[in-house]
Write a new protein. Structure first.
Length: 87
């Protein structure tokens, strides 16, 4: 049963993480960050780091994988927001 639950976790992890990647790519290519909110990105980033800590604590490979990728992706969006915003 645990194996089936972890498979569901990996499918969910793939879908939620993959859904985030087009925004990172679009922002990188266009350098348009006007639609991105820095406070939202910082809260999201903090939340993902907490989810990652939790995932390690409960030893969930699917959550560790998804949140690791999402931490990197959201970091890039924060970086792009700071670097490309018009002053």
């Amino acid at each position: 049963m645990d194996n089936n639950i972890e498979i569901i976790g990996f499918v969910a992890a793939f879908l939620t993480t993959a859904a985030f990647l087009p925004q990172v790519y679009k922002t990188w290519k266009t350098k348009d960050v006007t639609g991105l909110s820095l406070p939202m990105l910082l809260m999201f980033f903090t939340g993902i780091i907490l989810w990652l800590i939790y995932a390690f604590y409960i030893n969930s490979p699917s959550m560790i994988m998804a949140n690791s990728i999402t931490v990197v992706s959201s970091f890039f969006l924060i970086y792009f927001k700071i670097r490309y915003q018009k002053k």
